[in-house]
Design a protein around this ligand. Structure first.
Ligand code: FMN
Length: 196
């Protein structure tokens, strides 16, 4: 059975284009009897990585309640990642970057000894056998331009933890009139149908 882990990160709730596209994709996986886990990172925010949590992740001894809670969450998120065949990431562009809420998830799963390690040859990702699909929605057009720092960033950090098979589905120009939005959303749907 395929294990799908989906992360929504839009702050726009029911108006979110990326979350709608993800729901449509997950409906197709549900028909295939896949096991699906979904996190809405905006609806249920994770704790922000701060000094206390970072030190708990490095040396998990004598933890206070906040540290223990964050470490437990980090363990759970990493376990989900380890067992996922497919990671689906909803990544709307906000101020030229990924949403803060998605960055927090990344901060909690990037853990030395768990998702990456350092070898004599350099860093090595420990999440193997997981492929990723990034669904990125934007008001304007940024694909392959200098204004798009978020896709290179996501590919880089995913590769760092071992996920190198990454497909990106773009839905751009969503704030450039209803016609452009409809055409681009339809193109994204067609790409996602191929993924599923
Ligand atoms: C706070 C905020 C910042 C945004 N920043 C950008 C931006 O830098 N570039 C852009 O093209 N669109 C920007 N947009 C438009 C969103 O990318 C667009 O509305 C997209 O559909 C958001 O995805 P979502 O509906 O899944 O949240 C921004 C929207 C919001 C709410």
């Amino acid at each position: 059975m395929t294990n799908v882990l989906a992360l929504k990160s839009s702050i726009l709730g029911d108006y979110s284009s990326s979350s709608k596209l993800i729901d449509e994709l997950l409906a197709q996986y549900a028909q295939q009897q896949a096991a699906v886990t979904v996190h809405d990172l905006a609806e249920q925010p994770l704790p922000v990585l701060d000094g206390e949590i970072a030190s708990a992740m490095r040396s998990p001894e004598q933890l206070n309640d906040k540290q223990q809670h964050a470490l437990n969450l980090s363990d759970q998120l990493i376990a989900e990642l380890e067992s996922a065949d497919l990671l689906v990431i909803g990544a709307p562009m906000y101020n030229f970057m990924i949403p803060t809420q998605l960055k927090i998830w990344i901060d909690l799963v990037a853990r030395a000894g768990k998702t990456f390690t350092y070898t004599e040859q350099g860093p090595e990702g420990l999440i193997t056998g997981t492929r990723a699909v990034v669904v990125t929605t934007r008001g304007g057009m940024h694909k392959d331009q200098a204004s798009d720092q978020m896709i290179p960033y996501l590919k880089n950090v995913l590769a760092f933890i071992g996920i190198t098979d990454v497909e990106v589905v773009y839905a751009e120009s969503l704030a450039m009139g209803p016609e452009a939005a409809a055409v681009n959303l339809e193109q994204a749907r067609e790409q996602l149908a191929v993924v599923a």
